[in-house]
Design a protein around this ligand. Sequence first.
Ligand code: FES
Length: 617
Amino acid sequence: MDVGLHPKIKLFAYSEVEEVTGYIGNFHVKIRRKARYVDEKECTVCEECAKVCPVVVPDEHQVGLASRKAIYLPFAQSVPSSFLIDMDSCLGTNPIACGKCKEVCDKKCIDFDQKDELINLDVGVTIVATGMDVFDPTEYDEYKYSKYENVLTSWEFEILTGPGYVTGGELIRPTDKKPPKSIGFIQCVGSRSEKRGQPYCSNICCMNTVKDTLFLKDHHPDMECLVFYMDIRAFGKQYEELYKRSRVAGVKYIRGLPGGIIEDPETKNLIVHVENTITGKVEKHELDMLVLSVGVIPRKETEQIQKLLTLSKSPDGFLMESHYQLNPIDSPTQGVFLAGCCESPKDIKSSVIQASGAAARAGRLLAMGKVKIEAITSSIDPEKCNSCGLCVKACPYGAIRQEKKKVPPFVIEAACKGCGTCGPQCKFESITLKHFEDHQIISMIDSMLDEKPEEKICTFACNWCSYAGADLAGLSRLQYPPNARIIRTMCSGRVDEEFIWHAFRKGAPVVLLSGCHFADCHYIDANRWTQKRVEKIWDKMDDFGLRPERLQLEWCSAAEAARWQKIMVAVEEIRKTVQKGEIKDTIRILTAEEEKQKEKKRRKKQKVANQESVTAG
Ligand code: FES
């Protein structure tokens, strides 16, 4: 409500972002403001319309535990405080079909002809705070949620005990509508399990249960409360104290997750069998109700949001931050910040901290009015460019723009992050990445293989993961072959096919290309291009009669020092199998191929020149 009333905040409720283009300082956003069919300024929430509406549907906000009409107020504190019509359930916009709400509305605020409105906005920065979804326990119905009415999720329990909801805060058992005498909570439903839900910890469920048990003990001191858990994670400030209070209040914590639930057909009580891993005994408990403490999952629209803003996802499906420890608020796209559970499951306090940080980061940028950009950015030489547009597709940030077909694209420096993935896409050498130019990398290869090339392991490692992994291996005193020579690039996506051929022509017995694991690449998904390119090179090596295993592609994170050691030892074993004769053959084959390509290019150039002179003539 504060946001709704703030003079400097424009709130677009019941709206969807359809398109975002541009870059930091210059985002263009297209918003669809959906038609409410009710004039939100005139509606006084008198409810007369809802009283006469004949359509009854489940209320999504109350997880289907209550119903609503087709014309409804989404929830008690909604902003703006105005009814809207759900056109999917409404009997018709035609008054002959129904139109009862329009008849009774004194204020004449119902308008069946209202249309969606498209709004275009120019904004400098964007904060994504799209929240999370709740795990659906019907997927793995081990606790018979879909079968027994008295098994609820923690969200449904919240609705049953909340004063603003269906029962007005009076806790009743779904089957007999009487107050329950005993309740059990089962923790980690859908969390911390590879097989049944998500492998990660949902962060909030333990303390949510502790809060619920304290609530129950405060309002119903005689109620029997049991919590079945693996371990209680009370990690925040004063959380441990709350957990202890719950135990002191008489809540029984049983370490062990139930193996099965059976319902007594007469009483509808739930019989729970569980192995108490502290006592080592199998226990049987009969309870009136069970609450499944369900985990949280990324919102189903995450992929859509990711595409809209060229963001990245972590392996758990939440949006990825720029750096897990050092830059947890920024997204990899400049000018886009993350707040709350869109980034990872978190409690209210952590969400408020992150949101305040995001607001401060955004405010600082807007106040400065200018941005510092990376020193490492790409540029395109329009003279050499043939306007094919391949680089536009390769840029993970949409930082290369081509206004029209057959017109050379250009780099928006403010949006370029310097991964260099565009460079290897260009077959006309028109792209330069500052500080990692082709000639600089080629000279490094030359000096690496100047002497005794047959003894070297030519390695390309990305700055953020593989190079850092190699560094850590050194710091950890992990021995790996000393003949490894590493060329650092910002991303594995910068490694051009030509660098690899050049290394082989210079006598390299093996080449190792290494980058971050998928979804860990610091440039969104630039390493997918690495994979594609290497697969092509392997095919070509096969065609040339070269052993593809002499080019190795490996993913290694900054923390995987031991993995780096293992990779290098394995590559060294391959190197030892490459004899001088094989290297000589490789040089001969690839040099001949290079000559062939040069000749092809020369002829093509000649043909173009001839055509131009004919046209001029
Ligand atoms: Fe490591 Fe892209 S940054 S592969």
